[in-house]
Design a protein around this ligand. Structure first.
Ligand code: KG4
Ligand code: ZN
Length: 346
């Protein structure tokens, strides 16, 4: 089955073709056009600007990816949410139009589910072929850390999700973005904090590790963000001191990673998953990747970290999720599909 996948939930326009044959999955093509350069001027994503850019990019990207008559494509998968409403709508309407014109099944995919399936892609990416024997085995414990979500999810099978816990306030990625702004770093903040933290001392400041005393899977990142703000105000004169800023970035990152890894390990102890999967944009964080890998190795559970390229928003992961959805779900009526900015995995 050859799936054309479309993703426009935030500030990346993405189109991919994914092929699954029951035994293997391969990514035939994957195009991602990031709008970072455009939104940087505003210090964050402007939804209407994102939608306008998606509108301009989506047709040329589809034309590079598929034949005009849709030959060779068996189904169309699209992210319907969560995300920014004006941005989501562009991808959803494009997918609906193609499904109607080509008479192909339309498969709506939850963006967060897509992030989990980035770990089914493997390191080879485009042109590579992954055996389904080598992918994460169920039950999968997924730590989802994106710009808008921080959740621990137990995935018992394809499409069977149980949310174990989530953040009560800010998402981990959001905290990275806000701390980056406080440090005067450019948007998107996560990668900038990650880079700055490399030069800092992670133990220079003891920022709070919220919710670690609770024996559940809930998170909170508003406190650590506020503590960073207070520290920066207390030592305002050092704001231009590179070593100080690097220590703040490293200590903040350490606090966030500590909580994410410890809570994931506790959930793993309780639910005994066959594999652990890291998902979402913050999965690109080098410290988080290393610490989760080491912690999972200590308890002997295989951990899957998406390739850097597929940690961030892309359509290949939507195509893989769509492929597994197509095996189980009936296609939806194109007219009935609407973007849902608040969609969730359960
Ligand atoms: O999944 P994603 O690309 O978009 C959403 O679905 O939200 O995630 C974006 C988030 C942003 O908050 C960004 O700052 C964060 O992922 N991020 C990182 C890193 N790369 C991206 N956070 C920490 N370290 C990184 N290297
Ligand atoms: Zn995302």
């Amino acid at each position: 089955m050859r799936i054309l996948a479309i993703e426009t939930s935030c500030d990346e326009t993405a189109v991919a073709v994914v092929v699954g044959d029951g035994a293997t999955i391969s990514i035939e093509s994957s195009l991602v056009r990031s709008q970072i350069d455009i939104h940087q001027a505003y210090g964050g994503v402007v939804p209407e600007v994102a939608a306008r850019e998606h509108l301009e990019m989506i047709m040329p990207m589809l034309m590079r990816t598929a034949r005009h008559d849709g030959e060779g494509i068996d189904a169309i998968a699209v992210t319907y949410g969560p995300g920014l409403a004006p941005a989501l709508r562009v991808g959803v309407e494009a997918a609906k139009t193609l499904a109607w014109a080509w008479k192909k099944p339309l498969i709506p995919v939850c963006h967060l589910e897509g992030h989990i399936y980035a770990s089914w892609i493997g390191g080879s990416g485009v042109g590579g072929r992954v055996s389904v024997a080598g992918v994460p085995q169920f039950p999968v414990l997924a730590l989802i850390v994106s710009g808008g979500h921080t959740e621990l999810v137990l995935m018992r099978d394809h499409g069977v999700f149980e949310r174990l816990g989530e953040t009560l306030d800010d998402a981990a990625g959001e905290a990275f973005d806000k701390v980056a702004k406080m440090l005067g770093l450019p948007y998107p903040g996560g990668p900038a904090v990650d880079r700055l933290a490399e030069k800092g001392n992670p133990h220079a400041f003891a920022f709070p590790r919220a919710m670690l005393d609770r024996d559940d899977c809930m998170f909170s990142f508003a406190g650590v963000k506020t503590s960073v703000l207070y520290e920066l105000r207390r030592q305002e004169e050092k704001l231009n001191d590179d070593a100080f800023r690097a220590d703040i970035a490293a200590s903040f990152q350490e606090a966030v990673v500590d909580v994410l890894v410890q809570k994931t390990m506790r959930a793993a102890g309780k639910h005994q998953p066959a594999s652990i999967v890291l998902a979402g944009g913050v999965a690109a964080n080098v410290t988080l990747r290393n610490r989760l890998r080491d912690a999972a190795a200590n308890i002997g559970i295989p951990v899957f970290l998406p390739d850097f390229k597929y940690s961030l928003d892309n359509a290949a992961m939507i195509g893989v999720a769509g492929y597994f959805r197509a095996q189980r779900d009936a296609a939806v009526d194109p007219l009935a599909l609407v973007a849902n900015p608040n969609a969730d995995i359960v």
